[in-house]
Design a protein. Structure first.
Length: 367
């Protein structure tokens, strides 16, 4: 296959669905750990076309959604200071903090700017030496190499006015945390293809072996996902628990070793809080001691923060797959993409946003 339309061929999709129905003999539960995959599954209605009883569980695959509330509150406190330019990808601007969001803060005069790459923030710092330029660095392993490269470039330039507020998270520790939960229903995983394009899939092999769960590295188009689900079901039906690669056009077992080298140079593994989930040991990245001078958290030392989640938002249960967005009493009424109560409704990769965009109706409730 060479062209995008080929990965959306309805004839091939029907064949894969037919084969899936012929193969599955149990109501298997499979989790995708990628917000992009969630949006494709929901937008194309794939999750509703699966064999009777089979269910996709939407996992914590949205990096914006799992960014800790404290990080957002700290970013806004930094942005409110005079002489600071806070830069971020656009999908972070409307994520609600305790009291407000970055977009509203900008409307009140804070210098908050959207950038398209962390290197844009480095260039801005070089062009405006009288300003402190801070980049809000969030995401899974996918964005870590670009952020590491930006730090390395800032170090080469000797920029004293560039820093990062880092909140990187790692996928494998989240998967093991989910599997350790006694109420976990996940029997197989679809691993995010873009994460594995960077990191490869060797980290997943011990998880598959220890927990007896198949893990299939999968792409993002409808046929990718249908084939990935079928590969997982074949393993489940035969009693195997291995790591397989559906996304052969982009992913190798070893991943991108140059990108990994940059990440290892700039960052080190740390414990990390996940919004709505809680603290997970060794599940994040922070700047290594050698580059700690670029750490905005240390540079600005914003204290006195008391993060408070919206009591009505069930984002944590949605992120872990315990509930669907439509189970939330506020879904589609008090919580919409225009007025979100939580990150999963506003993020371009959030599960709630995916359900809302696809027109999924709220669950019926009795009086």
């Amino acid at each position: 296959m060479k062209y995008l339309d080929e990965y959306r061929d309805p004839v091939l999709a029907r064949r894969l669905l037919d084969e899936l129905r012929e193969t599955a003999t149990h109501p298997w539960r499979i989790m995708e750990v990628c917000g992009g995959q969630t949006h494709t599954l929901v937008r194309q209605g794939i999750d509703e076309l699966l064999p009777a009883g089979m269910r996709m569980i939407h996992g914590p695959g949205c990096p914006v959604c799992v960014t800790p509330l404290e990080t957002l509150d700290r970013a806004m406190a930094i942005a409110a200071r005079p002489g600071v330019i806070l830069t971020s990808f656009g999908d972070m601007l409307r994520v609600p903090g305790t009291d407000t969001d970055l977009l509203s803060l900008r409307a009140r005069g804070a210098d908050v700017r959207v950038v398209y790459a962390p290197m844009d923030a480095v260039r801005l710092a070089a062009e405006q030496p009288d300003k402190e330029v801070v980049f809000l660095a969030v995401g899974f392993e996918t964005t870590a190499p670009a952020n590491a490269t930006a730090v390395l470039h800032a170090a080469r330039l000797g920029l004293p006015n560039f820093s990062m507020l880092v909140s990187h998270v790692l996928v494998p520790p989240a998967m093991t945390a989910l599997l350790d939960d006694p109420d976990c229903e996940v029997q197989a995983f679809l691993a995010a293809g873009h994460v594995c394009a960077v990191m490869g899939w060797r980290e997943y092999e011990p998880i598959a072996a220890a927990y007896g769960v198949p893990i299939v590295v999968t792409g993002f188009e409808p046929l990718d996902l249908l084939e990935g689900i079928l590969m997982a079901v074949r393993q489940l039906e035969s009693g195997r628990s291995e790591v397989e690669n559906q996304y052969v056009r982009a992913v190798r077992r070893s991943g991108n070793t140059e990108a990994q080298d940059a990440v290892r140079e700039v960052f080190e593994v740390t414990d990390r809080a996940w919004r709505g989930i809680g603290a997970l040991p060794r599940s994040g990245l922070e700047l290594a001691v050698k580059y700690r001078r670029f750490d905005a958290a240390e540079r600005f030392r914003v204290g006195g923060l008391c993060p408070v989640e919206d009591a009505e938002c069930i984002a944590g249960a949605v992120l872990t797959g315990a509930k669907l967005p439509t189970d939330c009493a506020a879904y589609g009424t008090r919580c919409t993409p225009r007025h979100p109560l939580g990150a999963p409704m506003v993020s371009s990769e959030g599960t709630c946003a995916a359900f809302h965009a696809a027109g999924r109706a709220p669950a019926r409730r009795t009086a």
